[in-house]
Write a protein that binds this ligand. Structure first.
Ligand SMILES: Nc1nc2c(ncn2[C@@H]2O[C@H](COP(=O)(O)OP(=O)(O)OP(=O)(O)O)[C@@H](O)[C@H]2O)c(=O)[nH]1
Ligand SMILES: [Mg+2]
Length: 332
């Protein structure tokens, strides 16, 4: 019998403890969850899934399902170049949801970011949601009902909030929110197919892994503290020439131009921020990159968030790997 873990979609097995779906043979007959999901759910103990997911195969599968529509979820703090190419690989009817609206300040307008995504992706159906604050979820469900969507695949990069979104839909339909969620990568291991009602089936999928994201460079104990859990209070620094801002032990930005500039950090405000003189050696051993920026530019640190820089500038950015850094025209 091929029984699946209801938390991550792995096939349950008691043969190899280091492979996905492991559960002790004494309990396998009654188990709903694999050991990894059980530990995440009940003890907050995380472990890395030892599995290479075949994403090309996953995309091929979904593209060959003629009944399928997809909804592509994008984490609002991690809108990067890569997303566009992944969205374009899907040939099905597409919706795009920008997730975790609750993390951004309320005062920001949704519209500008939605327009930014529409321009980037040529997609028309773009909405913000928050699963935590129940924002726009009913609106989205009404929309797909009107469009007669029968089978909806939830796709996107890891940690974009796919499984949390599904749990939220389940709760709203008085079903049990059984899917495992966490802010380490690769939580969902395989398809999880859930019939919501006779007309609609939704399918959770494993998130794409971005090799240039910060989760590849940190151990999981650090990682789980990195991401903001609620609305961020944006930290803004007026940075004079020859001054720098240092964030924890992961990021440093030097102002190497001759103008004072404003750096606004759209990332976890609970991290430790420090303004120091440029001659201070903190984090100077990290890989770094010099950039000349136009006015109103965002510096994205993939997986961490972004920094909005107001004026044209020259900066030096130090972080765990220079491939994490992306520059874009300011989204806000
Ligand atoms: N603040 C906030 N956090 C969210 C929201 N949705 C998801 N999260 C958090 O984001 C993290 C990742 O959520 P998951 O639902 O596990 O992400 P996923 O896309 O299923 O990830 P994979 O299964 O690895 O592909 C978790 O820590 C969630 O609690 C949201 O609307 N608001
Ligand atoms: Mg998931």
């Amino acid at each position: 019998m091929n029984k699946k873990c209801i938390g991550c979609g792995s096939t349950l097995q008691s043969i190899n403890i280091s492979k996905e779906g492991f559960v002790k043979s004494s309990v396998i007959d009654n188990a709903d969850y694999c050991e990894r999901c059980f530990k995440i759910k009940h003890y907050g103990e995380y472990s890395v899934l030892d599995k290479k997911i075949d994403f090309q195969g996953l995309i091929r599968n979904i593209n060959s399902d003629s009944l399928a529509s997809i909804v592509f979820l994008i984490d609002v703090l991690n809108i990067n170049e890569n997303i566009k190419s992944y969205i374009n690989k899907f040939k099905n009817k597409k919706y795009i949801l920008i997730t975790k609206r609750d993390i951004l300040p309320k005062s920001l307008k949704d519209k500008k970011i939605i327009e930014y995504i529409k321009n980037q992706t040529n997609a028309q159906d773009v909405m913000f949601i928050s699963s935590v604050k129940n924002y726009n979820i009913d609106e989205f469900l009404n929309k797909i009902e009107k469009d007669n969507v029968r089978r909806l695949y939830i796709v996107g990069f890891t940690n974009s909030g796919k499984s949390t979104f599904i749990n939220h839909i389940l709760s709203s339909k008085s079903m049990k929110p059984v899917v495992t969620t966490s802010n380490i990568p690769n939580t969902t291991a395989n398809y999880i197919t859930i019939k919501i009602n006779p007309k609609l089936t939704i399918v959770d999928t494993p998130g794409f892994i971005d090799k240039n994201a910060i989760y590849n460079f940190l151990d999981y104990n650090k990682l789980i503290k990195l991401y903001p859990k609620k609305e961020i209070r944006v930290k803004t620094f007026q940075v004079r020439p020859n001054y720098s801002v240092v964030v924890n032990d992961i990021l440093r930005i030097d102002n190497i131009s001759n103008k004072t500039n404003s750096f606004s950090f759209y990332m976890n405000d609970k991290l430790r921020y420090e303004k120091v003189k440029i001659k201070n050696d903190k984090l100077k051993t990290l890989p770094n990159l010099e950039k000349t920026l136009e006015e109103k530019t965002d510096v994205l640190i993939n997986g961490l968030g972004f920094i909005r820089i107001t004026k044209e500038s020259q900066i030096k950015i130090y972080t765990l790997d220079t491939n994490l850094i992306e520059i874009r025209k300011s989204m806000i």
